[in-house]
Structures are given as structure tokens and as C-alpha cells.
Design a protein around this ligand. Structure first.
Ligand code: NAG
Ligand code: NAG
Ligand code: NAG
Ligand code: NAG
Ligand code: NAG
Ligand code: NAG
Ligand code: ZN
Length: 502
């Protein structure tokens, strides 16, 4: 709608100039158009204080230098670009910047895999087996665990380490099973989308036995919050499978325990770090599940919403969209909450695809029909004008995860990411990191670098960053009164950041 108004204005202005016979092209008109485009961008209308303007001037100098590099970093694969990004002055600033909230991160891809290996696998009673398809599985147990099919016999890691000549090499190899990050040429290591998704799922399975061990489960989430907090993020919404967790004797805990553990851990973390705002959980189910079975999961979600109103944010389906079931196949189960007057909100992954016209390509429109509160990725949005219009009109933001989209092979050069266009027209969106441990990325700083430099270059400025950070709070699942508090906390951090970096 807005765009149409703009076009009418542009047409009128052009014809007026032509009929009046004024100089053409008119430099003042040129200025007007340039201003008009600048104001449409994300952050285009943000007014900056004198201090902010000073920092902005510094930032634009850094951006000029960044744009003058021969190796434009967002054009490179993140695995090659990371060391260069990390040494860029813009990255240094982004890391210190209060980025607001991380709204799209998955439960078991929050923490650097180095912590899993150096901390978790050194705990006693940790067993390992090697699978036939060159992965590993872990399990904590007081006695020898039951054999797994397609896996070697279980070995106590402590004993394996005692027999190993070079333990550093062993630990490095363990890490490599749990992440896609590699020093090899990523194009050779992951030649196709199918290969990279297979490796991605393998890495999750390798991590599984470590993170679902109850004592580790708590520590993992605590460590995850800590790593995000250190990256200057004040609030996290975690997509969580809420799996059964287990103890050394093989006994297990149910979903309620898992949810309560998230709640308790988040509260404890806020107690330890009062300038952190907290965390909420979006319950997720894999989109391979049979439609008839989803009903039970949605009912479970509605119950969690009632039992944990403070922590439960909503529901989502996860897994590779192209090979999973489309949302529409689940319409019966997904219609239940509205029919039953439940407060359950949806945060659907949708449009994480390059395959136009397929069933998965339909997911964004269906997510909007189900009143999704946000769209996870929405990578295909530019190819769906109606979905794009609805998303803008109803302020349903996209959760844009640049590094994830690049590593999972939807786009190579991040300047060609659809969010570059969406940012330039002020489409509602937030920046997130999806699975930072899988990609060797930090909390949000690496993704902010890619978005800030790659999606707009010199058109971006401090106002862009400010609005992106504010969007992450504005579009969070927090109720209005808590959003206001979170925004006030963020504003205090922001002001401090600005004065400290002049
Ligand atoms: C900024 O304001 C102009 C004029 O009111 C509006 O057309 C534009 O959409 C706004 N931009 C953003 C990013 O909100
Ligand atoms: C074990 O591997 C075989 C051959 O790859 C496969 O058919 C079978 O499903 C696997 N079993 C399990 C339990 O994963
Ligand atoms: C282990 O191997 C690495 C190279 O992979 C080497 O740098 C390191 O010195 C070795 N450590 C020992 C104790 O041999
Ligand atoms: C592992 O992490 C826990 C907390 O998450 C900490 O208490 C413990 O000291 C760490 N252990 C090692 C060996 O780093
Ligand atoms: C939905 O949320 C509102 C506001 O928090 C609450 O008053 C109401 O009881 C909730 N409804 C259900 C069905 O849980
Ligand atoms: C979506 O919201 C509309 C308007 O509030 C409502 O009529 C409809 O029932 C909702 N649909 C679902 C599936 O929740
Ligand atoms: Zn995701």
C-alpha cells in the first residue's frame, strides 16, 4: 500500500517537472528520491542524538574501509571469512553493541562445541561409540550402556583417552563430529544441499547423548545463556524440542521436568546477572511427524502454555523444510488452539527453501493463515507477493539468519540474500543466528556483521543497527509490560555503549 502511494507521488512529480519544462534531470528531485529511499530503509527514520551522530560518523568511516577491501567478506563463505570478520573493527564494535534479543536459536546449537568436548566429555562415566556412517554417539551411564545398532562397542572415554597418544587430536576430532565448522574448503566438504543437511543432522545426533544427560542439560542451557550474554544479548527465545532427559542409572525425566529446568535455569541466570532479562521457550517438533500424531504434541503445547505461562512462548515445527511435511498437512492439529480458545502462539519456520512452487514453498502463506507471530527465515518471501504484503501489513517479522542460509546453501554471496532488498524497504525483520555452534559463529555478532555489511553496505548506519536491536525486543513474545522493561534496560545499555565508543 505504502509503495503504491510512493509510486503515485513519483509519477506526479515527474510529470509536473516535464510539463513545467524545468531542467531535467533536476538535481533537487534527485535529492528527494535519494532521501525517500533512505527513509524507507530499516532505521531510516531513527533520529540520532549528537553523541550517536558522532559514533555514526566513525562507523561510516569503518564501513568505507570495509567496502574498499578486495575480499568483500559477506561474499565469502563464512568458514573462510570468519578470521577476517573477527579482526575487522566493525566486528569489534558490533560485539560490544547491545543487540537486544536472539529470537531464533535452537536448544542444542547454542554453545560452542569446544565447551562440550573440553567440559562435558571430561565428566566421569562418559561412553562413546563410532557409527558406521562416520559419526559418534555419546552416553553417560554407571554401567556399560546397551549396544547401539550400526555403532561400535561402547568405550569409556576416559579409557580411550588414556590409550591415545595425542589427546588434543582426539578432542579436535570429537569436536568435528558436532559441528559443520571446518577448516577444509566448505565447497568441497559440503558439495550439495543434501550432503550439508545430512551432516547437519548427524551433528545433532552426535551431540544428543551429551546434552540430554540431565546434569549436562542444565549446565548446557546455563552456558548457552552465558555465551549470548557475553555477546551483549539481553534476552533469548530458544526453539526447544523438550526431550526426555536421563540420569546415570538410566532413569528419565519428562517434558515437564525439562520445561521447569529451562525456567529455573533462566531465573537463576537472571539472579546471577541482573542486567540480563531472561529467556522463553518455543516448543518445537520435527516436521517428519505423522499428522495424526501432531495433535498430541499441540495439546501438550497448550498444556505447557497454561502451566508455564511465564516461560512458554509458543509452538513451531523444525527440520529440513524441503524434505519434511508442509504445514498444510497438519492443519487439523494446528487449528486446535484457535478452536479451543488457547493462548498458544505460533512461530513457524517457513520459506527456508529455494525450490519455488514446491509444497514447502507454500509454507509461508500457510504460516500466515495460522496467524504465526513471526516467520522463521522467510528466505523465499520475495517470490510471494501476497505473503510479503501480509507479513508487512500485520507486522509479522522475518527471523533472518544470514550465516545459516549461506552454510545451508540457499545463497552464496550474502549481498544476494533477499533480506538485502527487504531491509531497503523497511520490511519487519530481526537478525538471528539459528544454530551458531553448528556454523562456528558467536551469539549474534557474526550474523550482525553479515547483515550490516552485506545487506546494504554504505546505505546502513547506526540507525539501522539501533532499529534492528529494537525490533528484536518489539517482536519478541514478551507481553507489552515486559517489553517496555526490556526496552528500558536495552536503552540504558545502548546509551552506555554510545558514550563509551565515541
Ligand atoms: C519512514 O517514514 C516515511 C514517511 O512517514 C515512511 O514512508 C517510511 O515507511 C518510514 N520508514 C520506515 C523504515 O519505517
Ligand atoms: C543400520 O544400517 C542399515 C544399513 O545402512 C540400515 O538399513 C538400518 O536401518 C540401520 N539401523 C538403524 C537402527 O539405524
Ligand atoms: C598433537 O598433535 C598436534 C597436531 O595435530 C600437535 O600440534 C601437538 O603438538 C601434538 N601433541 C602431542 C602431545 O604430541
Ligand atoms: C564445566 O562446567 C561447569 C558449569 O557449567 C563448571 O561448574 C565446571 O567447573 C566446568 N568444568 C570444567 C572441567 O571446565
Ligand atoms: C490467556 O492469557 C490471558 C492473559 O494472560 C489470561 O488472562 C487467560 O486466562 C489465558 N487463557 C487461557 C485459556 O489460558
Ligand atoms: C487467525 O486470526 C483470525 C483473526 O483474528 C481468526 O479469525 C482465525 O480463527 C485465526 N486462525 C487460526 C488458525 O488461529
Ligand atoms: Zn531454525
Amino acid at each position: 500500500m505504502e509503495l503504491q502511494r510512493h509510486s503515485v507521488a513519483i509519477l506526479c512529480v515527474l510529470s509536473c517537472f516535464l510539463t513545467l519544462g524545468m531542467s531535467y534531470p533536476d538535481p533537487r528531485q534527485r535529492e528527494e528520491f535519494i532521501k525517500m529511499e533512505a527513509s524507507m530503509r530499516i532505521g531510516g527514520n531513527v533520529s540520532l542524538s549528537p553523541e550517536e551522530q558522532q559514533l555514526d560518523a566513525h562507523l561510516s568511516k569503518l564501513m568505507l574501509e570495509e567496502m574498499a577491501r578486495e575480499d568483500f567478506l559477506p561474499a565469502l563463505h563464512f568458514f573462510k571469512a570468519r578470521p577476517l570478520i573477527r579482526s575487522s573493527p566493525i566486528y569489534g564494535l558490533l560485539q560490544k553493541m547491545p543487540k537486544g534479543a536472539a529470537l531464533h536459536v535452537h536448544d542444542f546449537a547454542m554453545v560452542d562445541v569446544e565447551w562440550l568436548v573440553r567440559n562435558v566429555t571430561y565428566r566421569p562415566h562418559c561412553y562413546i561409540c563410532y557409527t558406521d556412517d562416520r559419526s559418534v554417539r555419546f552416553y553417560f551411564s554407571s554401567g556399560l550402556p546397551k549396544p547401539l545398532s550400526n555403532c561400535s562397542t561402547w568405550t569409556l572415554l576416559e579409557q580411550l583417552r588414556a590409550k591415545t597418544v595425542n589427546v588434543t587430536d582426539l578432542d579436535d576430532s570429537l569436536m568435528s563430529y558436532m559441528t559443520l565448522w571446518t577448516l577444509e574448503d566448505p565447497e568441497l566438504a559440503y558439495p550439495s544441499l543434501t550432503v550439508v543437511w545430512k551432516r547437519f543432522e548427524q551433528a545433532f545426533k552426535a551431540t544428543w547423548g551429551l546434552v540430554t544427560y540431565a546434569p549436562v542439560f542444565k549446565d548446557y542451557f546455563h552456558e548457552g545463556l552465558l555465551q549470548f550474554y557475553r555477546d551483549n544479548i539481553l534476552y533469548v527465545e530458544v526453539r526447544a524440542l523438550l526431550p526426555e532427559t536421563y540420569e546415570l542409572d538410566g532413569s528419565t525425566h519428562d517434558t515437564e521436568w525439562t520445561m521447569k529446568t529451562y525456567q529455573d535455569t533462566a531465573r537463576q541466570f537472571v539472579e546471577e546477572n541482573p542486567d540480563f532479562f531472561g529467556a522463553r521457550v518455543i516448543f518445537t517438533v520435527n516436521r517428519e511427524i505423522y499428522p495424526a500424531l501432531l495433535t498430541k504434541e499441540v495439546q501438550k503445547a497448550m498444556k505447557l502454555q497454561v502451566d508455564f505461562p511465564e516461560t512458554m512462548a509458543g509452538f513451531d515445527l523444525v527440520g529440513q523444510e524441503d524434505t519434511g511435511r508442509p504445514l498444510w498437512e497438519y492443519k487439523e492439529a494446528l487449528s486446535l488452539p484457535a478452536a479451543q480458545g488457547s493462548n498458544l502462539s505460533y512461530f513457524f519456520h517457513a520459506g527456508e527453501t529455494d525450490l519455488q512452487g514446491t509444497k514447502s514453498d507454500q509454507n509461508m502463506l500457510d504460516a500466515l493463515l495460522f496467524n504465526t507471530s513471526r516467520i522463521g527465515h522467510g528466505f523465499a518471501l520475495l517470490r510471494h507477493p501476497v505473503a510479503k504484503m501480509l507479513s508487512k501489513m500485520n507486522a509479522v517479522p522475518l527471523e533472518v539468519c544470514p550465516i545459516s542460509n549461506q552454510v545451508l546453501k540457499l545463497v552464496k554471496d550474502l549481498r544476494n540474500h533477499p533480506a538485502a532488498a527487504l531491509m531497503s524497504e523497511g520490511h519487519p525483520l530481526v537478525i538471528s543466528s539459528d544454530d551458531p555452534s553448528m556454523f562456528g559463529a558467536s551469539g549474534l555478532s557474526d550474523d550482525f556483521y553479515e547483515a550490516f555489511v552485506g545487506f546494504g553496505g554504505l546505505s546502513n548506519h547506526l540507525g539501522t543497527l539501533k532499529e534492528l536491536a529494537m525490533n528484536s525486543i518489539r517482536y519478541s513474545s514478551l507481553p507489552p509490560n515486559l517489553q517496555e522493561k526490556a526496552m528500558a534496560l536495552w536503552q540504558r545499555k545502548w546509551n552506555k555503549f554510545v558514550t563509551e565508543n565515541l
